[in-house]
Structure formats: C-alpha cells, structure tokens
Ligand binder design. Structure first.
Ligand SMILES: NC(=O)c1ccc[n+]([C@@H]2O[C@H](COP(=O)([O-])OP(=O)(O)OC[C@H]3O[C@@H](n4cnc5c(N)ncnc54)[C@H](OP(=O)(O)O)[C@@H]3O)[C@@H](O)[C@H]2O)c1
Length: 324
C-alpha cells in the first residue's frame, strides 16, 4: 500500500485506514485479529479506534481499544502501526453534555493509553466539538498532552468549518501545534443530513471542502463506502441488507443514479466498484485517507485491492452530477 505524509507533520500513514468501530462488539476477537493481521500484511499502518467504541454493549468498556492493545502486544507490532484513537465524546446516556474540558481530555487519553498498552498515541482525535468552549483552551490542552509525550499529533472529528478554521488560526497565532487531519462523514454517496440518527455527526460540506482546499489539511473520512450502499444496490439479493437508517441517510433514487455512473466508469477503467467508491475520495485535490470499515475478510480484500484508483476532476464531477 502507498504511504503518504500528512501535511504539516512527519506522520507517514498508509493510503487506507482500518476502522475498528465494531471490534469487540459486532466483530469478535478471532475475526478482529484476522482483519488486523491482513491489513498490516497488505502494508496498512493507520488504525482508527475510539475510547467510546463498543460502550453501547451493556457492561463493556472500550472493547475496540482493548482488542487492538492486546493484538499489538501479542504481535509485537507497535512500531509498525500508526495508532489513532479518539476521546472527548459525550457519555452515551448524556449526548447533550459535551466533554472537552481539560480534565475530560486528560482522563480519556490516560484511559486510552492503558487500553492500547502503549505510552503514546500517534494521532489523537477529538471525537466531537463543544462550540460553546473557546478553541484556545482546547488547543492548549492538546499542546500540553503532546508536550507530556502522551500524544504525537491531534486531529478533529465532527467539527464544523468555522470551528476548524478558528482552532487552526489560534494554534498558528500562539505557536502551538494545530490539527494535522480532520475526520468527517464523506463518501461518493449523496447524503441527506436530516436522515442522520445522531445530529452531532458532521458530514463534508461545501464550507469544509473549501477550507481543506485552501489549507491543505488532510481529510480522513469515515463511512467512506456509505456502509457498502453501492454494492448493496448493485445486487438484488443484497438490497435487503440496506437498513432503514441507511436508506434515510442516503437517498436511494439519487444514489441509484450515482451507482449507474460509477458502474459505467468502472467498466471503462477496468476497475472494481470499490475502486471507484474509494478512488472518488483518494483523487481529491488534498490528501484524503479513507477509513474502511470492513466486517469480513472478503470485504477487506475487496477494499484493499481497490486502493489507489486515480480519477480526473472531470470524472469526479461526472460521478457527482452526471456532467463532465
Ligand atoms: N469519527 C466518527 O464520528 C466516526 C463515525 C463512524 C465511523 N467512524 C470510523 O470509521 C470506520 C468506518 O465507518 P463505517 O463502518 O461507517 O464505514 P464504511 O466502510 O462506509 O462501512 C462499513 C460497512 O460497509 C460494508 N462494506 C465495507 N466494505 C465493503 C466492500 N468492499 N464491499 C461491500 N460492502 C462493504 C459493510 O456493510 P455490511 O456490514 O452491511 O456488510 C461494512 O460493515 C469505523 O470503524 C470507525 O473507525 C468514525
């Protein structure tokens, strides 16, 4: 797999990132470890988890981080992996109460370090924003965590464009490290934001896109394959796997039209459908590293084989709108 440098850092990461949101909850240890092994064998280095992942299972605490920590220790691979985790997420039973106070972040980082069995997190994401909290305080806390050697770099996730802009400006004005990447919901699929079950998720918007273009900040999109929407739409037998939530997020009529265009481009270029879906993101004019959230080894293999398809600006416009 290709390795890229996140602009503004010396962080070298693989061109695809492995998402582990279901590890330790929907995905058990045997499959989880096989997916991790296969990803690393293929040259993958960037692994994405979060302190909150799996906490929706009654009695569970950070099973995704713990599975990755145990796997890293057993395989002795810590030095080969770029470990990314997230904190500052509201408690699941109090989603209306943000958790970005210094004490919240220090608490979450310390917990994640223990779960991951490591002394330092390579890329630490703020999982949500708290627009009422001044960006300066947040950036100062992250700088202190970096100075203490607990994190190497920080990124934001689910932050709106004005707040990313303000945080980066504060960091630059105060000689502090800024964010080296932004993690948002983004894929080839047309999205209906009002269909999102969790309104604190932030999709790519024209504002955010413009900011990435201007600043060169790297994007690390999640739900980068729209949860397999195009594959599910392309086989009659797989359509029943489109959940009501997925259909609410991704308007099906518009996405059937996008699928037809993706299939025609895939035929022309001799690549897979996954190649077009991931290539749409990997061909953007700023560094974009899609997170792939695979449930099976077949899905992982399909997504890994799709890595690196380069599309022209005209082909990106064609996929979005049917115009060249
Ligand atoms: N920052 C945040 O707030 C946030 C939010 C969500 C996710 N994330 C991160 O992003 C990761 C990925 O998110 P996601 O699971 O929503 O992304 P995704 O990759 O769009 O969706 C994963 C699902 O897509 C289907 N799929 C994947 N590869 C496929 C393939 N090659 N062919 C056919 N179907 C395929 C599977 O669906 P089926 O299981 O139905 O077969 C799989 O479970 C998470 O694990 C997590 O690390 C971050």
């Amino acid at each position: 797999m290709r390795q890229l440098t996140l602009p503004g850092s010396d962080l070298r990461v693989s061109s695809l990132c492995l998402g582990t949101g279901q590890f330790g909850s929907g995905i058990g240890q045997e499959t989880g470890w096989r997916l991790l092994d296969r990803f690393v064998e293929a040259g993958g280095t960037l692994i994405d988890t979060a302190n909150i992942y799996g906490d929706w299972v009654p009695g569970a605490k950070s099973p995704s981080e713990k599975m990755i920590g145990a796997w890293l220790a057993a395989r002795g691979l810590r030095d080969r992996v770029v470990l990314a985790t997230k904190g500052g997420h509201p408690r699941l039973d109090r989603m209306d109460v943000p958790r970005l106070a210094p004490a919240d972040l220090i608490h979450d980082v310390d917990e994640s370090l223990a779960h991951l069995q490591t002394g330092c997190i390579d890329l630490y994401w703020l999982h949500r924003d708290d627009p009422a909290r001044p960006v300066g305080e947040i950036m100062q806390t992250l700088a202190e965590l970096a100075a203490a050697g607990k994190i190497r770099y920080a990124g934001c996730s689910n932050w709106r464009a004005d707040r990313v802009r303000a945080a980066q400006a504060y960091a630059a004005d105060n000689q502090l490290p800024g964010f080296v990447a932004n993690q948002m919901m983004w894929s080839l699929a047309a999205l209906n934001p009002s269909g999102l079950a969790d309104p604190s998720l932030v999709p790519m918007t024209s504002d955010l896109y413009r900011y990435h273009l201007e600043s060169g900040l790297a994007a690390v999109p999640y739900s980068s394959q729209a949860n397999g929407l195009f594959q599910k739409l392309s086989h009659w037998w797989a359509r029943r796997r489109i959940s009501p939530g997925q259909a609410a997020r991704y308007p099906l009529a518009e996405n059937r039209a996008r699928l037809a265009r993706a299939q025609s481009l895939a035929r022309d270029l001799g690549v897979s459908l996954a190649g077009i879906v991931l290539g749409y993101l990997q061909s953007q004019p700023f560094v974009t590293v899609p997170i792939i959230g695979c449930r099976t080894l077949d899905q992982l293999d399909d997504s890994l084989a799709a890595d690196g398809v380069r599309l022209t600006p005209g082909q990106l416009t064609f996929l979005e709108s049917g115009r060249e």
